[in-house]
Design a protein around this ligand. Structure first.
Ligand SMILES: CC(C)(COP(=O)(O)OP(=O)(O)OC[C@H]1O[C@@H](n2cnc3c(N)ncnc32)[C@H](O)[C@@H]1OP(=O)(O)O)[C@@H](O)C(=O)NCCC(=O)NCCS
Length: 173
């Protein structure tokens, strides 16, 4: 049974990062995400229940204007569920909502990048939901934040996953 909850769409401003940093202590990164989100092509969504933010996720329906371009569009990015609410189905609900949004905007495929070495649970979750590897794992470098908010740059493994959306109807006969 999924937890009841309201997945609020968008509407997030930079002043709200104090709530978000309780989930992931990375204010600089969260400020950047929120400033990129425009409520249309780039969305920052939060899962809110009992006036508490319990999860967040970004959806790229277009390429960001700044920073490195995404390998694929549309793409789910930075799915995050508060530690004490994991394994309750919230991640699954948020992924399903991202897929619905992408479909509503005419996309027929969804993408996500996962670290198969450090994050086998996330990989298993996406695979269970129908995502499959699109290429071989590659090594990348990025800044990571620990629970105290300390940033460190390190290398990590990354694999792109993709999923066909909808029922796979042929476009035209
Ligand atoms: C990855 C992440 C987003 C998954 O979120 P989640 O809310 O825990 O995901 P779900 O609950 O939908 O599914 C995960 C697990 O719960 C189980 N589950 C889902 N719904 C369930 C239910 N109703 N009852 C019991 N178990 C359930 C799933 O089988 C799965 O099994 P696991 O515990 O062995 O992994 C979360 O772990 C997280 O925030 N991790 C840190 C950040 C991160 O790694 N993000 C991913 C980047 S790619």
């Amino acid at each position: 049974m999924y937890p009841p909850g309201e997945l609020h769409l968008d509407g997030y401003t930079e002043s709200d990062t104090s709530e978000l940093t309780k989930l992931r202590n990375a204010p600089t990164q969260l400020h950047r995400y929120l400033s990129e989100a425009d409520g249309e092509g780039i969305r920052f969504l939060v899962y809110e229940q009992d006036n508490e933010i319990r999860g967040f996720v970004m959806l790229f329906l277009r390429q960001p204007a700044q920073g490195s371009p995404k390998s694929h569009i549309p793409k789910i990015s930075d799915l995050h569920v508060a530690q004490r609410f994991r394994s309750m189905g919230m991640g699954t609900i948020m992924i399903a909502r991202m897929e619905e949004l992408a479909l509503a905007f005419g996309h027929k495929v969804m993408h996500v990048g996962v670290d198969p070495v450090d994050n086998p649970r996330a990989l298993a979750l996406y695979q269970r939901l129908g995502y499959a590897p699109m290429d071989a794992p590659q090594q990348k470098k990025a800044v990571f934040y620990d629970a105290k908010g300390n940033a460190t740059e390190r290398e990590y493994w990354y694999i792109n996953l993709g999923k066909q959306l909808g029922y796979g109807f042929v476009d035209a006969i």
